[in-house]
Write a protein of this length. Structure first.
Length: 503
């Protein structure tokens, strides 16, 4: 049975999607989650894109020990130098070099001839190989490239040291039998192709990224490039969880498997969506709330008699846990600690004390504390800045005919600050007051509110997107009071903008 390597590019290609940018600590959290998933390769970023990107790749390279860490580079020596600088401390470093090979890219983007491209491939693959032993080479827009030229480029890259050859469907234009044909052709035509890893990278513009990736595996691919939740440019990339579970459930058909720990899938995707301020669509395959729900009477009856009638996998296979009542206000710290361990949270004593205090406060406010409530308590803290402004108190005065007012009291470095402001609504007034206290001009660009759990005492989760110094900041806040949740989200955003980068 073939081993299919999972190359996760959530932190590079995924982050390029609008609204999906992440800061250093957030990227590190995602990388650790991917390590827990057992992915083979983490593409940590594009080092040449910014100093911040280089630093985040460097940090991930130092922290992650059980995955190959890759940095993307254009076919330029200066890019390769920066990628090497970023990954050189990794236990298993990789430099990923790419250049376009389709005629449309050569003519309109690169302004290069085919001979120019071959020369650049020789120069840059050879140079990358002088830096690290593990070099991936990608033929950008491979699926729209002239086949004879593509084969020549692949053969050249292998001769000069590439250990992985990647053939992307960069614009998501192909259908599965075309990708199968492409990979079969390469597999049968390039002399030394069996000496390297053959990789697939499919975009989802026609909604076929996962189907195309599976077709590539049938055609000979031994690595697939994908992202958590399928995030990425335009319509996104192939979805990691869908590829992995398709291979797991159809292992005999594909005669292939991955090493992914599928029981960590849900937590990893949920962490990503929380980080970028998105909600998992309820009908999302594998991880959506409706994936294991049945409303049809016929389906309900069948599932009650035998789950396999309408469920091809169990929720536990992907780490989805029942949202049942787990703890109450009479529960002790030991029970709370043991339950957190079942959720894969291993906290230090000080952290346990902090979260237990928050849990007791929450259990006084709610009749029942659910799994999602407890996850929200911890996840919101991990996605917030560790230092900065803290909410002490707030007072809202609302009126249907006049402007609303908000008095906000914050603590910063042991001092307390209070500010009252008017606004078009309670939230607007509160956000203005926070800006006045911190003496900064944060601009709210998006705001959403939804309930984490069901019932009249459900916790509300507020998500804000704010602009500060030409950067977009995403932050969350959770509370049984939606006004408080909104204020906490805004304060978390302020702290990220002002203090996050120094951590």
């Amino acid at each position: 049975m073939r081993h299919i390597k999972i190359f996760d590019t959530t932190l590079r290609d995924g982050e390029q999607a609008p609204g999906c940018s992440m800061q250093l600590n957030e990227k590190l959290n995602i990388a650790k989650s991917l390590e827990g998933l057992n992915v083979d390769i983490i593409e940590a970023g594009f080092a040449a894109s910014s100093n911040g990107e280089l630093e985040s790749i460097r940090k991930i390279s130092k922290e992650i020990k059980n995955c190959v860490i890759s940095s993307l580079s254009r076919c330029r020596k200066e890019d390769i130098d920066l990628s090497f600088e970023a990954v050189k401390s990794a236990k298993m470093p990789r430099i990923h070099v790419f250049i376009a090979t389709s005629e449309i890219h050569l003519k309109h983007k690169l302004k290069m001839t085919q001979d120019d491209v071959i020369g650049r491939v020789i120069e840059c693959v050879k140079y990358a190989k002088s830096k690290v032993s593990d070099v991936e080479f990608s033929c950008e827009d491979a699926s729209r490239s002239d086949r004879d030229f593509l084969l020549k480029v692949i053969d050249t890259a292998i001769k000069y040291g590439a250990t992985t050859i990647n053939l992307p469907d960069t614009v998501g234009f192909s259908v599965p039998w075309e990708m199968y044909d492409l990979f079969s052709c390469v597999k049968n035509s390039v002399p030394d192709i069996d000496k390297v890893t053959l990789s697939a990278h499919n975009h989802n513009d026609l909604g076929l990224a996962v189907a195309n990736s599976l077709a590539c595996i049938l055609g000979g691919a031994t690595q697939v490039e994908c992202t958590l939740g399928g995030i990425g440019e335009r319509a996104g990339n192939a979805s990691l969880e869908e590829i992995v579970m398709a291979l797991k459930l159809k292992e005999k058909f594909f005669d292939a498997s991955t090493r992914v720990n599928t029981q960590n899938i849900y937590d990893s995707v949920k962490l990503l969506y929380n980080t970028i301020g998105f909600q998992i669509p309820p009908n999302k395959a594998i991880i959506g709330d409706n994936a294991f729900s049945h409303e049809s009477g016929i389906h309900q009856h069948g599932v009650m008699e035998e789950k396999s009638t309408y469920e091809i996998m169990s929720p536990q296979d992907v780490g989805v846990r029942d949202n049942k009542i787990v703890l109450g206000k009479h529960s002790g710290k030991h029970a709370f600690s043991e339950y957190l361990k079942t959720l894969n949270y291993n906290l230090k004593d000080a952290e346990l004390e902090e979260y237990f205090t928050k849990f007791k406060i929450l259990s006084d406010k709610k009749k029942f504390v659910t799994l999602k409530d407890i996850q929200a308590l911890i996840d919101i803290k991990s996605l917030s800045a560790a230092s900065g402004y803290e909410l002490v108190d707030f007072k809202i005065t609302a009126s249907g005919s006049e402007q609303n007012s908000a008095q906000i009291v914050l603590k910063f470095k042991g001092k307390t600050y209070s500010q009252e402001e008017l606004g078009e609504g309670s939230i607007d007034a509160a956000f203005k007051a926070i800006n006045k206290i911190c003496k900064q001009d944060f601009i709210l660009t998006d705001y959403s509110l939804h309930s984490i759990t069901e019932g009249e005492d459900a916790q509300g989760e507020a998500v804000v997107k704010m602009k500060y110094n030409n950067e977009i900041i995403i932050a969350r806040g959770v509370s049984t009071d939606i006004i408080e949740a909104s204020i906490l989200a805004y304060i978390n955003g302020v702290n990220k903008g002002l203090f996050y980068k120094s951590q």
